[in-house]
Design a protein around this ligand. Structure first.
Ligand code: G3P
Length: 216
């Protein structure tokens, strides 16, 4: 499973990228706003750090403007994936932009039917939001499973990019289901390394080493 980091914070991207944990980056208007930076400038900087796909999202509701913005975003760097919302206009924009050879990430997906439409419109990535479904007492992981089944049934090449990931458990469950990509905040990716028994065992090893005077 590829890891994308869901942030526009340069320091976080660099730290994880240096460790080989970043196969790509996803941003959205909320994350760009949080960074406090100009979208073109910060996106260009991210594209210079990461060689994999960097999602940059349009901010429009009609297909024509989405296409215009998508072309501008794609001109920032070769590794831009234009992010469009899963609306009828977003699907139209997806069809046009993917037809021009641009990577397109269709976002805000909450049903298997939406994912099916995105695949037919030529999306490179579909982004189902797990956490936001869980927030409504629905099952976000079940949606990932359903999309996996549908895409495999028909051989769709659209990659399932599990998004709105809130926990390390979401990461391992997505990997078990066979999501192609999971995008998560840096804090979640780092939390995957944690286990209480690792901490406990290490504490004991360090105490025993000190007691025995082990020096290396
Ligand atoms: O990739 C989409 C993601 O940023 C949404 O996450 O936590 O705001 O639901 P969240």
């Amino acid at each position: 499973m590829k890891f994308f980091v869901d942030t526009a914070e340069i320091d976080q991207i660099k730290e994880l990228n240096d460790l080989g944990m970043v196969d790509g980056v996803t941003t959205n208007p909320s994350l760009i706003a949080k960074s406090g930076r100009d979208i073109t400038e910060v996106t260009r900087e991210i594209c210079g750090i990461v060689s994999g796909p960097v999602s940059a999202e349009v901010v429009a509701l009609d297909a024509e403007t989405m296409i215009e913005q998508g072309r501008k975003l794609a001109s920032i760097a070769d590794n831009i994936a234009v992010k469009v919302p899963l609306t009828w206009d977003g699907l139209k924009a997806c069809k046009v932009l993917s037809g021009e050879g641009k990577m397109v990430n269709v976002t805000l997906c909450f049903t298997a039917n939406q994912a099916l439409l995105a695949a037919k419109a030529g999306a490179t990535f579909i982004s189902p939001f797990i956490g936001r479904l869980d927030d409504l007492n629905m099952d976000g992981l079940e949606l990932i499973e359903d999309i996996r089944t549908i895409y495999d049934n028909y051989g769709f090449e659209t990659q399932i990019l599990a998004a709105s990931i809130r926990s390390a458990n979401h990461m391992s469950e997505c990997a078990k289901i066979g999501a192609d990509v999971a995008t998560a905040p840096a804090s979640v990716i780092k939390a995957m390394a944690n286990h209480v028994l690792t901490d406990k065992g290490l504490d004991q090893f360090m105490k025993d080493a000190a007691k025995a005077g082990i020096k290396i």
